[in-house]
Ligand binder design. Structure first.
Ligand code: BEZ
Ligand code: FE
Length: 290
């Protein structure tokens, strides 16, 4: 009797790298199950392959990787993040990095990080908090790398009208683990829709919007680096983030302050965002936590 097709294919997976064999075996098994379930026509299968070819040939290069965007849009980046970033219960959860991180200029605590016309258009906002370990001990000297889109939803790297380093900063926490900076209130914005990911979103009836957010990456000696987001509550897209990156612990409440405040060197009404970041120790494992 002829061996079933899937078994024939799986029998050929016999490389030297056991983990790679495991990954490829599982991938083949799931793809065969997909074909069994969906029963694509030959035209549909070739259209799928053409979509992948176009994604690589037309939309991937030095400044863009549409496969990462597709992974983000299908929730796969978040799924991989979830299986890899376990930690103590009160650790700040990680969240996807997204495609717009680039090296940031070092700035003093309290710095304004907005230098373009968005500063006059946007709501002045102070963001402050502390970097702590999971027992609440402050971490002085932690480095916070932050990046943000302007009020039209563009990062400096996407927009020639912004000076390089606009809405980016590398800050170092003070002796109390504290940090603060001044910026404009983040806005919700769409992910790039001109490529294959945008076409797919449209075809399946999804919007491309991300809720307003800041990106942060934090490093402190003896602790695991953390890449995450800070989201603002009451954003209309919090429940339908195109990148599936929202976690409840990352949503903060901006407080509107009508009266100028010398403490933050702001002379107009402003919004205040407080966000503490708790890092896991480098040596934390699921086993030693039990
Ligand atoms: C962003 O935050 O900028 C982003 C994240 C994932 C996909 C696209 C954009
Ligand atoms: Fe972003």
């Amino acid at each position: 009797m002829t061996e079933p097709l899937l078994a024939q294919v799986l029998r050929t997976v016999d490389g030297k790298d056991d983990r790679l064999n495991e990954i490829v075996t599982s991938l083949i098994t799931h793809l065969h199950a997909f074909v069994d379930e969906v029963r694509p026509t030959e035209e549909e299968w070739l259209a799928g392959l053409d979509f992948l070819v176009e994604t690589g040939q037309e939309w991937c290069g030095e400044h863009r990787n549409e496969f990462i965007l597709l992974s983000d849009m299908l929730g796969l980046t978040t799924a991989v993040d979830d299986v890899n970033h376990h930690g103590p219960a009160n650790m700040t959860p990680s969240s996807v990095e997204g495609p717009f991180h680039s090296p940031a200029p070092t700035r003093e605590l309290g710095a304004w990080i907005s230098f373009g016309p968005e500063r006059d258009r946007g709501v002045p906002t102070v963001v402050h908090g502390r970097v702590l370990d999971c027992d609440g001990t402050p971490l002085p000297g932690a480095v916070i790398d932050l990046w943000q889109a302007n009020d039209t939803g563009l990062y400096d790297s996407q927009d020639e009208s912004q000076e390089s380093g606009n809405l980016r900063a590398l800050l170092t926490t003070d002796e109390n683990g504290g940090y603060w900076f001044r910026t404009i209130r983040p806005s919700s914005y769409p992910v790039p829709t001109d490529g294959t990911a945008g076409r797919l979103l449209k075809a399946i009836g999804r919007h491309p919007m991300r809720p307003a957010h800041l990106h942060v990456r934090v490093e402190a000696p003896g602790h695991r680096p953390l890449t995450t987001h800070v989201f603002l509550d009451e954003d209309p897209y919090l429940d339908s983030d195109a990148a599936f990156a929202v976690k409840p612990e990352l949503v903060c409440h901006p407080v509107h302050r009508e009266v100028a405040d010398d403490r933050w060197e702001l002379d107009t009404p402003y919004e205040e965002i407080e966000f503490d970041i708790r890092l896991a120790p480098t040596n934390w494992t699921e086993e030693n936590a039990k």
